[in-house]
Design a protein around this ligand. Structure first.
Ligand code: SF4
Ligand code: SF4
Length: 113
């Protein structure tokens, strides 16, 4: 298995640990500043990464903006950890960005994931 595929598998496994409780959503500053749009929350970003990797979403500028608007402030992680889930959300978002941007770079401007 290629390194890229292995990383995808490991990342999807980590993302699957999310219980979809959404406790982390309300504390996310970008979720707040976008008037409660879930795509701009911690949970929303993890869902976007998961669906892009699975091929059930197609990459576009709006999704790129959602992923790169995360401030990496870790407020979501504090809540997730306090609720016993313990997900490293910032790291998962960073890994998703790395994996997806590397694929886009390889595929050129009109690449589809
Ligand atoms: S608090 Fe943790 S488990 Fe709950 S939705 Fe957020 S990331 Fe998932
Ligand atoms: S790290 Fe990102 S997703 Fe988490 S609360 Fe901060 S801006 Fe939101």
């Amino acid at each position: 298995m290629k390194r890229d595929e292995m990383e995808q598998e490991m990342l999807l496994k980590e993302l699957a640990k999310c219980r979809s409780c959404r406790f982390c959503v309300d504390v996310c500053p970008t979720y707040q500043s976008y008037g409660g749009v879930e795509s701009f929350s911690s949970y929303g970003r993890m869902q976007i990464i998961k669906h892009l990797l699975n091929g059930t979403l197609e990459f576009d500028d709006a999704l790129t903006y959602c992923l790169y608007s995360c401030l990496q402030c870790r407020r979501c992680e504090v809540v997730c950890k306090s609720k016993g889930q313990n997900l490293d959300i910032c790291e998962l978002i960073q890994r998703g960005r790395r994996l997806l941007s590397a694929r886009l770079a390889r595929g050129g401007k009109h690449a589809k994931l």
